[in-house]
Design a protein around this ligand. Structure first.
Ligand code: HEM
Length: 125
């Protein structure tokens, strides 16, 4: 049963923009820590599959690490478009340029890590 059905009072129907409620490292505990799951090696040519469409997961790559942001995308404070438009792609430079605070890189990112690009593999584009 959904949480909304558990709280049928009027205030529970006030729409909340998820991007406005997720700030600070502690809030990321709601997302399963994927770095604790089995990690795998990816090839670049596999990445376009993970485009977040049609029920597929949404992955992005940064500094050779592969991140699964399927559940996080609608909570991204910078806007979901940054992740959706770069699904299955290398976002290393975009992330550095975005001005995200340090805690994103030191504490948040690792929670979404599902693997890395195989070291011998080169980008296809
Ligand atoms: C795994 C990937 C990513 C994660 C986990 C992530 C996480 C976050 C978090 C937690 C914030 C809020 C920071 C705060 O204000 O406390 C944020 C903000 C932001 N992110 Fe990301 N991000 C990711 C990828 C990207 C990408 C690819 C871009 C592309 C440009 C981007 C652009 C931004 C921007 C513009 C902001 C707003 C910065 C501000 O208003 O100060 N992010 N991100």
């Amino acid at each position: 049963m959904s949480r909304r059905a558990d709280f049928p009072w009027p205030h529970s129907f006030i729409p909340i923009n998820p991007q406005s409620v997720l700030k600070g490292v502690e809030n990321f505990e709601r997302f399963l820590d994927k770095s604790q799951l089995e990690q795998r090696n990816f090839k670049w040519r596999e990445l376009p599959y993970y485009d977040g469409r049609g029920g597929r997961p949404l992955y992005v790559v940064s500094d050779g690490a592969v991140y699964d942001v399927t559940e996080f995308v609608n909570f991204h404070a910078g806007g979901d478009h940054h992740l959706r438009n770069n699904a299955g792609k290398d976002v290393t430079r975009l992330m550095r340029a975005a001005g995200m605070p340090d805690y994103v890189f030191t504490d948040v990112l690792k929670r979404f890590k599902v693997g890395k690009i195989a070291s011998e593999d080169k980008p296809t584009s």
